[in-house]
Design a protein around this ligand. Structure first.
Ligand code: ZN
Length: 150
């Protein structure tokens, strides 16, 4: 097993066991629900947006380890960022896991999120890894629910 996939497994297991920002956000002024019927993952994303900044981010829900770990790391990655910065990271993440961004060669803001690069080899898992991000995007654009079916 390569070092990268070992790190990947460790991080996924850790975030699955102790998800960060895993609660309902009482101060939320935006939220969205995301559903991935392929796997049965369901997430609620809560945002407190002030002056275009994501002051606070949290999530609740249930799903597989990848969807939960991705949501947990997504909340950490976008907290404190502007809407535009959050959308940029979403775009980079989405391109990385669908094989359209080489995270090692192209400059990006992904940081630790690059551990998810390996899911590009497992198309079914891409929807698990991106569910939280699609739901974040929906919340930022006042869309109450999304399904990754379409
Ligand atoms: Zn899943």
């Amino acid at each position: 097993m390569s070092e990268l996939s070992e790190l990947y497994q460790q991080v996924i297991l850790d975030h699955n066991k102790k998800p960060r920002n895993f609660r309902k956000l009482e101060t939320a002024n935006r939220s969205a629900e995301g559903y991935n019927p392929l796997c049965g993952d369901q997430l609620n994303i809560y945002l407190q947006v002030e002056d275009d900044q994501l002051k606070d981010v949290s999530f609740e829900g249930s799903g597989c380890a990848i969807s939960k770990a991705s949501a947990s790391m997504m909340t950490q990655a976008v907290k404190g960022k502007s809407k535009q910065e959050a959308e940029l990271i979403f775009d980079e993440f989405h391109r990385m896991v669908t094989g359209r961004l080489n995270e090692e060669k192209e400059p990006n803001q992904l940081g630790r999120l690059t551990i998810f690069a390996g899911v590009r080899d497992f198309p079914v898992r891409v929807k698990c890894a991106t569910l939280a991000w699609h739901t974040l995007h929906a919340a930022l654009n006042n869309q109450p629910t999304i399904s990754t079916e379409n």
